[in-house]
Design a binder for this molecule. Structure first.
Ligand code: PGA
Length: 255
């Protein structure tokens, strides 16, 4: 049985005080979501706030929203996977659609970042997903499998032995229009099958998160599906009560 995982992606929001308050509020409720792995991903500059606020809260991990495709060195403005690990990050979000579309990250760059995270001992959370136009054109499967294939091509068959995939349809991110549980489940199944073709063992244990307008109200129905192992939460992760509600919806005894 895969342990559910709920991750909060704060994106570029908040200030130090808000980060402290949000982390304290979620940590205070940790006992109310037993059996769920939970992580928060603040902006890099507040990773220390997460480390301070969560060091005595083993139930909640923290992660980075990205890592550099390069190792340490002369790359002004970049943050290496090794630095993220050094700040206690257990996870790093890799290839979020905002990175792909706004910052021009190709499948190849995303694969390099994924490899850097793995090498540093940080679990990569690979984001995949189609745009509205790709979906309307019937290309969802092809896009998602291409994004995963690029990581297999560069990291080898063992790429997903210790990794997470997040299916985030671009049209659902921040729009208030989540994929239906049936739609999401169908794509998650395709993803698991695609990984199984290369590595059957990894596919069984692989956690595939759904992301895109997850709220406390729709989380339970999404997480109840066979191949939906939790969520990557944007907007709702900025409000403690909403995020905690989603974490509770992932509790195995409620599924
Ligand atoms: P959202 O964002 O929950 O605000 O739709 C999800 C994400 O971008 O990870």
């Amino acid at each position: 049985m895969r342990r559910p995982l709920v991750m909060g992606n704060w994106k570029m929001n908040g200030r130090r005080r808000e980060a402290q308050a949000l982390i304290a509020a979620v940590a205070a409720e940790a006992a109310t979501f037993p059996g769920v792995d939970v992580a928060v991903c603040p902006p890099y500059v507040y990773l220390g706030v997460a480390a301070d606020g969560l060091s005595r809260c083993p139930a909640i991990a923290w992660g980075a929203q990205d890592v550099s495709a390069y190792g340490d060195g002369a790359y002004t403005g970049e943050i290496s996977a090794g630095m993220a690990r050094d700040m206690g990050c257990e996870f790093a979000i890799i290839g979020h659609s905002e990175r792909r579309t706004l910052f021009g990250e190709s499948d190849g760059v995303v694969a390099q970042k994924f490899a850097r995270a793995l090498a540093a001992g940080v679990t990569p959370v690979l984001c995949v997903g189609e745009t509205a136009a790709e979906r309307d054109g019937g290309h969802t499967r092809e896009v998602v499998l291409r994004q995963i294939g690029a990581v297999f091509a560069s990291c080898g068959t063992g790429a997903f032995d210790r990794a997470v995939i997040a299916y985030e349809p671009v049209w659902a991110i921040g729009t208030g229009r989540a994929a239906s549980p049936d739609e999401a489940q169908a794509v998650h199944r395709e993803i698991r099958n695609a990984v199984a073709q290369r590595n059957p063992t990894a596919a069984v244990g692989l956690r595939i998160l759904y992301g895109g307008s997850v709220k406390a109200q729709n989380a339970r129905e999404l997480f109840a599906r066979d191949d939906i192992d939790g969520g990557l939460i944007g907007g709702a992760s900025l409000v403690a009560a909403d995020f905690v509600g989603i974490c509770r919806a992932a509790c195995p005894d409620l599924a």
